[in-house]
Design a protein around this ligand. Structure first.
Ligand SMILES: [Zn+2]
Length: 204
């Protein structure tokens, strides 16, 4: 009924005027565009066809929801569980595979975690641990000469080399080097070697 209402109010006219592509704003969201065929044909086709189109919409909805969930999981893993640092919040895992146990497995523990976060208490659950590589050395020492910093641990080093501040220093260094090279080349009579391997560095 909610989909029908939304369709009647905001979509039917657009579709009728052939200016709905489901690419903008709220229309892109998962759970509406999947029912396009069902909604536009309802009342003008047989109840059997309508029921079939509804099922088709539900199947499509499940499929895109799963795809979206996979992408979200991947994002959470990459952004939080594989990246160390004080600005990474704890991540809690919930057992979501049994829908019949939704209340006690998902809703209740989730609310408890949020509640304790709001009240500044220790949550009742353990956060998901960071993913570690077995070959990883947590105590390795590396000196980043660019940033003049000592980095301890392989994971931290990997994170450092991708960090904004490191990339900023790297860019600055390359710019200086390439300026130096230009000056050198201009100094002697050659003058033709100013372009070449560093030409991409002026990109933002
Ligand atoms: Zn660095």
């Amino acid at each position: 009924e909610e989909l029908r209402d939304f369709h009647r109010r905001y979509n039917r006219e657009k579709v009728a005027e052939n200016r709905q592509d489901y690419q903008h704003g709220i229309f892109q969201s998962i759970g509406f565009k999947e029912f396009h065929e069902y909604l536009v044909s309802e009342g003008t086709c047989s109840p059997e066809t309508s029921a079939l189109l509804l099922q088709k919409g539900i199947q499509a909805l499940k499929q895109v929801t799963k795809r979206y969930a996979r992408r979200q999981n991947k994002w959470v893993r990459n952004r939080f569980l594989r990246r160390p640092g004080p600005n990474v919040p704890p991540v809690y895992g919930l057992e979501v595979s049994d829908l019949l146990r939704w209340e006690e497995d998902v809703l209740k523990p989730a609310l408890e975690i949020v509640e304790s976060f709001i009240q500044g208490r220790e949550p009742p659950a353990e956060p998901v641990r960071m993913e570690y590589d077995v070959n990883e050395n947590k105590r390795s020492h590396r000196v980043c000469e660019l940033c003049d910093r000592i980095i301890i641990g392989d994971r931290e080093w990997a994170a450092h080399t991708r960090s904004k501040s490191h990339l900023h220093h790297l860019k600055k260094r390359r710019r200086l080097e390439s300026a130096g090279r230009v000056a050198e080349t201009e100094g002697d009579s050659g003058g033709a070697e100013t372009s070449g391997e560093d030409s991409g560095l002026s990109l933002p």
